[in-house]
Structure formats: structure tokens, C-alpha cells
Design a protein around this ligand. Structure first.
Ligand SMILES: [Ca+2]
Length: 569
């Protein structure tokens, strides 16, 4: 690989194209044409060291399909490939080749034109399986293929594991940024079918709900924001017993609002962390600090959680309607100023700027002596496993791979693939210290979501490594920065990435086995949770519940996730 790189670096310097972006410039190739050489990079050690070897390096290696192994253009003769994807419903554009700056740029630079096979929004789930079953394949499926389809129709796709170090150098370098990337990338029989996509980890996505509390209510009842469980219960009682919202009715306050039908306001996901059990991706298991999958729902911690939650709900300190409430019901209560504290993405999800300003992030604290966790995973990986999947029908598969690899050659090109041209929804600080998000004024014809999906592919970009992910800058976008500040407040309580089960390929027979017991295990757990929180339980009921869940196959259920965590299917 080093030799190929040296060859390319030397060539790029000769024609004056080389410049880096992000921290991986030594590993990256095919820099975009608008880049300029800098002194620092021109004296790059690796390049100068081997420069003499490649004195004739302006003759690039061309393969038998007329595809250059490195550099641009990618093809010796213009070539057109078909790419199939579903159009996003928010995309108000008419032509991907002109609306999406990254595609226009990549096509001009690589010599490859895309003929789009666009599926109407909402139809891919039906049409792609028919295409796969009938062997009616485009050259590339873009964001349409899941890991199950890769395993089921493996002969229909082009594995890239053999060309990672040649035609897919940039994708390969990006993949290796992700801890445990092999488990995510390789199928059970040892193949890779796509580079990763989206952002390596987006800070605001480290967690879901973050608890906020109404400062005005605190002032009305003469209390400070609580910093431990006892103070918290004291504040909730003060909210309940007084006219905390100040509307003249001392009985209409809901001290803590929650809703199992609102994705970041579930009771279990937000409260179990106070009882020493980390929560991120599953309501039924967690990974301990030794990398072992543990059943969260048959522990003494969970038994304590149930007792305390029953006490909170039965005394009205926690909302009594949370099991049946959804997004709208909780939102109605919050908008009507009935809720003192709840777990939110930000207060702006329900409230206007003025009302939202009453809420502040609550400190995170545990119950009793338990270790305290915040729902979430520190800097969790958000990279997608499968994005750009080349098919076996493709006449020049290496060229199709290199087209996508070109968009991974510069992190700014990757961000532009997601969000459009620089200066629209993102830009670079003048001192070159990084990128930031922009949120322009919206119009009736073009709201913010329309902009994102019309100018870019949003999730459908080569993975943007952590160092190059645009920042939420408070001076540029206060609403986006608010979320980062909330995450900052409680991030120390989130579990580390090592306690997360990463996505991987699951063989069909394992998946089939899992489906036999999983629903029974989860249903039994959910039923006892609801019953116990609302009506309470005794030791005999607890013992019977534990035996019941085990009889349904909880041990097998946990073994399945252990294999996924270990990558040992
Ligand atoms: Ca009131």
C-alpha cells in the first residue's frame, strides 16, 4: 500500500494538486481538484523518501477494464453506471446530477456519469427485494441494502475486501478509524460489501433523553435544583403540593412527566441508570465492564427500581399516565405548563424559544449507593454499515467502487455528499481549524429538511471521521448548540463505547432461532414492568416472574447478544 501511495503522492505533487483535509492526508488519495499544495505537505517525509523510486510516476496503472487504480479521472474512457436509490420524501429537487454538488463534482472529476434508477419514496422496501429475487440489478444500490440481503443474495454483490488497499484506499482508511470495525464490516464468510457511511460519531447523538427541570417552578416553590435523590424527591413533593406553575390551581402539577410512546421520555431507559444498570440500546440486557452481556431485568437492582418507581407513580410524583402516553400527550402537558421535569432531546421539541428558556439541564444522580448512569454511550459510533453496494451485474465494479472512494478522499467532499456544497449547510472556519453546521432561514417552499435532502444525501455519505465532523457553534446556531450543552452536562455518566453491542452480520439460522424465543422473553418482561410500576408486587410475584422469564429462554436470548458483541457467530 505504501508504494502505491508514494507513487500517487509523487504524481499529485508533480501536477500540483496535493493538499490535505482532516488528519488522514497521508493515507488519503485522489485529492479534489480545487485543492492546492502547501509547503508542509510538499515536504511530507513519506513522500520525499520514496520519490526517487517513481521518477516516471506520471504514468498511472490502468487495469484491464480501463480503470485507473489511483488518481483521477478514474476511467480512461467516459463511462456511465446505473445507481438505484429511493428518493427521500423531503427532496424537492429534480435531477441528482445537478442538484447535488458532490455528484456533479465527482462525475466531472472521475469521468463517470450516473444514470439514476430512482424509486418513488416509500416503495424501496417492496421493489428492492423483487429486483434482488429477479436478478434485475443496477450497477450500484445506494442506501438500499441491509445486512440480511447481503447474506441472502451474496452472489448478487461485489465484495470489496480484495481491493481495500488498491481501489478503496480512502474507504479502508476511514473504516479503520472505528474501534472494532472488522466485526461491523465483515460477513461470516469474510467479505466486505461497502465502506462505512454517515458520521463516525455525532456528539449530540451520544444519548437520547436528557432530564431538564423548570427553573420558574423551582423559584415559585423556593427550591434550588436538586443534586441528589433525596433533594429530588423533596422538590417533586414541593411541585405537587404547591401551585408551582402559578395558575391558581394547586392540584394540576405533574412533577415528573414521562411517556413510553415518546422515544426519549421512556421511564425505564431514563430511570434504570440511577440503579447501577447502564442503558443504551436495549431494555432487556446490558454489557458489563468486563464485556459480558447481563440480563438487566432479573437483577436485585431492577427489583429496587420497580419498588421505587411504584412508589413514585403511586404517590403522583411521577405521571400516572406514562405507560399509555405518546409524543402528543406528553407534549400537550408540557405546552400547558403542567410538567416540572422530564427527559427531552431539548425543550425546543415542544416549546417556543421563550418558554423553553425556563428549562435547565438537571444534574444526574443515582439512587442510594448505586453507581449512576445516564442513558447513552459516550461518543457512540453512528457510522452505517452498508451504504454504496456494487452489484455483480456491474461491468466495471472497480470503477464503481472508486467513484465512491473518491467522495471519501477528502472529508469536505464527504460532508458535501451529505449536505451539499460548502457554504450552504456547512462551512469551514477561516483559520482552517474545522467545519461547522449552518442553519439558513427557511422558506415555505424550502424548509431545513428540504435543503438537506435536496442538496445532499444526509445519511448517505462516506463516513466522516470524528475530527472532521462539523461543530454546532452557539454563535452560528444556538438551537443546535443547546443540545450539545445538555449532553456536556451529563456525558460523564454515559457508559463507554466498549459497553455497546455493535451492528454485525447475523447468520439466517441464528436469526431464526432468536425469533422463536425473543418476543416471549420481551413480552413477559414488559408485562411485569407495567404491572409492578402501577400496582406494586411482593417477593412471591417477583420470584415467579424471574422463573417465568428464564423458562421463556432469557439465557439463550443473552447468549445471542453475547455472540453479537463478541463477533463470534
Ligand atoms: Ca397549578
Amino acid at each position: 500500500m505504501k508504494k502505491v501511495l508514494a507513487l500517487l503522492l509523487a504524481m499529485l505533487m508533480v501536477i500540483g494538486l496535493f493538499a490535505g483535509c482532516g488528519k488522514k492526508e497521508e493515507e488519503k488519495t485522489s485529492e479534489p481538484a480545487e485543492s492546492v499544495a502547501t509547503e508542509e505537505e510538499a515536504t511530507d517525509e513519506e513522500a520525499t523518501e520514496e520519490e526517487e523510486e517513481v521518477a516516471t510516476g506520471d504514468e498511472r496503472e490502468l487495469d484491464e477494464d480501463g480503470v485507473y487504480v489511483t488518481g483521477i479521472p478514474v476511467v480512461a474512457e467516459p463511462w456511465t453506471m446505473t445507481v438505484c436509490m429511493e428518493k427521500a420524501s423531503q427532496d424537492v429537487g429534480t435531477d441528482y446530477n445537478t442538484d447535488k454538488w458532490a455528484i456533479a463534482t465527482a462525475s466531472a472529476d472521475t469521468g463517470i456519469t450516473i444514470e439514476w434508477d430512482i424509486l418513488v419514496s416509500g416503495t424501496a422496501g417492496e421493489k428492492v427485494p423483487i429486483m434482488l429475487a429477479g436478478g434485475d440489478l443496477p450497477d450500484v444500490f445506494f442506501q438500499q441494502i441491509g445486512s440480511g440481503q447481503i447474506l441472502q443474495y451474496s452472489d448478487s454483490f461485489y465484495p470489496i475486501d480484495g481491493i481495500l488497499e488498491t481501489y478503496a484506499q480512502n474507504l479502508y482508511a476511514d473504516m479503520q478509524e472505528v474501534e472494532g470495525w472488522e466485526k461491523m464490516a465483515y460477513t461470516p464468510d469474510g467479505h466486505i460489501y461497502s465502506g462505512f457511511g454517515f458520521y463516525q460519531n455525532l456528539y449530540e447523538n451520544s444519548m437520547d433523553g436528557v432530564q431538564i427541570i423548570n427553573n420558574r417552578w423551582l423559584e415559585n416553590v423556593g427550591k434550588a435544583a436538586p443534586t441528589n435523590w433525596d433533594e429530588y424527591v423533596d422538590v417533586l413533593k414541593a411541585f405537587k403540593d404547591n401551585d408551582a406553575n402559578g395558575n391558581g390551581d394547586a392540584a394540576d402539577e405533574i412533577p415528573y412527566g414521562w411517556a413510553n410512546g415518546m422515544w426519549c421520555a421512556h421511564l425505564y431507559q431514563n430511570e434504570i441508570g440511577r440503579f447501577g444498570i447502564p442503558h443504551y440500546q436495549s431494555n432487556y440486557y446490558h454489557v458489563d465492564e468486563n464485556g459480558k452481556i447481563q440480563g438487566s431485568r432479573t437483577t436485585e437492582n431492577y427489583k429496587d427500581y420497580l419498588k421505587v418507581m411504584n412508589e413514585m407513580v403511586s404517590t403522583g410524583l411521577y405521571d400516572t399516565e406514562g405507560f399509555t402516553d405518546g409524543w402528543d400527550e406528553l407534549g400537550g402537558k408540557v405546552k400547558n405548563d403542567k410538567v416540572g421535569t422530564y427527559a427531552a432531546w431539548t425543550a425546543l421539541e415542544y416549546l417556543g424559544t421563550e418558554q423553553a428558556a425556563n428549562f435547565v439541564t438537571l444534574d444526574r444522580f443515582g439512587y442510594g449507593d448505586y453507581t449512576c448512569y445516564q442513558d447513552g454511550i459516550k461518543n457512540r459510533t453512528t457510522a452505517n454499515q452498508l451504504v454504496w453496494v456494487v452489484t455483480s451485474a456491474c461491468e466495471k465494479p472497480n470503477a464503481a467502487v472508486r467513484y465512491w472512494d473518491y467522495l471519501a478522499s477528502d472529508d469536505k467532499l464527504s460532508v458535501a455528499t451529505a449536505l451539499g456544497e460548502q457554504g450552504k449547510l456547512w462551512d469551514e472556519y477561516e483559520d482552517g481549524s474545522g467545519l461547522y453546521f449552518l442553519v439558513p432561514d427557511a422558506t415555505d417552499d424550502m424548509n431545513f429538511e428540504n435543503m438537506k435532502y435536496t442538496w445532499g444525501f444526509v445519511n448517505g455519505c462516506p463516513m466522516v471521521p470524528t475530527a472532521s465532523i462539523p461543530k454546532n457553534d452557539a454563535e452560528i446556531s444556538p438551537a443546535a448548540a443547546l443540545r450539545d450543552q445538555m449532553v456536556d452536562h451529563v456525558d460523564e455518566f454515559a457508559a463507554p463505547e466498549s459497553q455497546r453491542v455493535m451492528p454485525c452480520y447475523v447468520p439466517a439460522e441464528e436469526q431464526e432461532m432468536y425469533s422463536i424465543y425473543a418476543a416471549d422473553v420481551e413480552n413477559a418482561i414488559d408485562a411485569f414492568h407495567g404491572e409492578s410500576v402501577v400496582n406494586g408486587f411482593d417477593d412471591a410475584a417477583w420470584d415467579a416472574y424471574v422463573a417465568n422469564v428464564e423458562a421463556y429462554g432469557y439465557a439463550d436470548y443473552l447468549t445471542y447478544y453475547q455472540k453479537q458483541y463478541d463477533g463470534s457467530f
